[in-house]
Write a protein that binds this ligand. Structure first.
Ligand code: NI
Length: 185
């Protein structure tokens, strides 16, 4: 497995419309394994193939939700932040029946590092996709997974979460990012 470099704005490749996957072979499985390793290392909860420069309709998601602990030993808690790993692969994903009901979530993106902004998206969707063996799946999805999946599917169309913001807000985010990069240089 390998950690792959992640493309960041304003890399024009992020605006690519990705192509459907038609061959489900070992090369695909290797790419998926590398995408998971890259996402966990970043760390992030979702990654689209185009973010590592591969214009194919492949997403990996793992929400890595924290393990619930009973804190019976007082308020000071020094547990490591244990998470439940739930790796999910979505190939050629589609959204059906998006709900009229919307959810706002403060989104971030590995291609727009350290920047967050509220984005409104349908709360409940039906998703249809293929797994790494080419088998089809359909599932109703809600909550953070619905938000994350819609964010990642946007990447396949060359859309970033900042493209959902007003021009003014988007420019503010890009300015802050440029300032951070300058400070880090
Ligand atoms: Ni993203």
């Amino acid at each position: 497995m390998a950690i792959l470099p992640i493309l960041e704005v304003p890399d024009p490749r992020l605006k690519t419309v990705s192509e459907p996957v038609t061959v489900f072979d070992d090369e695909l499985k290797t790419l998926i394994a590398d995408m998971f390793e890259t996402m966990y290392d970043a760390p992030g909860i979702g990654l689209a193939a185009i973010q590592v420069g591969v214009p194919k309709r492949i997403l990996v998601i793992d929400l890595q939700e924290p393990v619930e602990h009973d804190h019976e030993h007082g308020e000071h808690c020094h547990h490591d932040h244990e998470v439940i790993r739930d790796p999910r692969v979505f190939i050629n994903p589609e959204i059906l029946n998006p709900s009229e009901d919307l959810t706002v979530y403060s989104e971030g993106c590995l291609s727009v590092p350290d920047q967050y902004a509220d984005v409104e998206r349908p709360s409940v969707i039906t998703a249809r996709w293929q797994d790494e063996n080419g088998n089809s799946h359909e599932e109703q999805i809600e909550g953070l997974l619905a938000t994350c999946l819609q964010h990642e599917i946007d990447h396949l169309e060359g859309i970033l979460f900042i493209d959902h913001l007003s021009r003014l807000k988007r420019q503010m985010v890009l300015k802050k990012l440029a300032k951070l990069r300058k400070e880090a240089a």
